[in-house]
Write a protein of this length. Structure first.
Length: 124
């Protein structure tokens, strides 16, 4: 869902309860893994930047998505992320229960760790 919301909270408030709860869960995990990351709205999506784009969330008509700029971390854990589709830099899922949240937490933490002291986002 592309939104005109001006804040991450406003974006989430626009969603139906189940979808909002799922993305709020991921938001909390992102903010725990990368407390230095700045939450903004870019391209109509909630994004977190730290030395460049790092994470984003999206509510799409057919599901939800988590974007991770450190794409190789997703590819490396593709089979252990749960009942999801993994794209180049995103994880697509229908319900939060489809994700293995402990694996997602590890991906988020590893991505944030890479950004410590980084001058800019790496090229992928």
């Amino acid at each position: 869902m592309k939104s005109n919301a001006g804040t991450v909270s406003a974006y989430l408030d626009e969603l139906p309860a189940e979808r909002r709860k799922a993305l709020e869960t991921l938001r909390g995990m992102i903010e725990k893994a990368a407390p230095q990351a700045k939450a903004t709205m870019k391209y109509g999506l909630p994004t977190w930047e730290w030395n460049g784009p790092l994470f984003a969330l999206a509510a799409r008509p057919l599901g939800l998505e988590l974007y991770v700029a450190e794409a190789d971390l997703l590819v490396r854990r593709k089979k252990s992320l749960g009942d999801v589709e993994v794209g180049t830099a995103s994880v697509r899922f229908k319900r939060i229960e489809d994700l293995k949240l402990e694996v997602v937490a590890a991906v988020l933490a590893d991505a944030a760790e890479r950004r410590k002291g980084a001058a800019k986002a790496p090229r992928t």
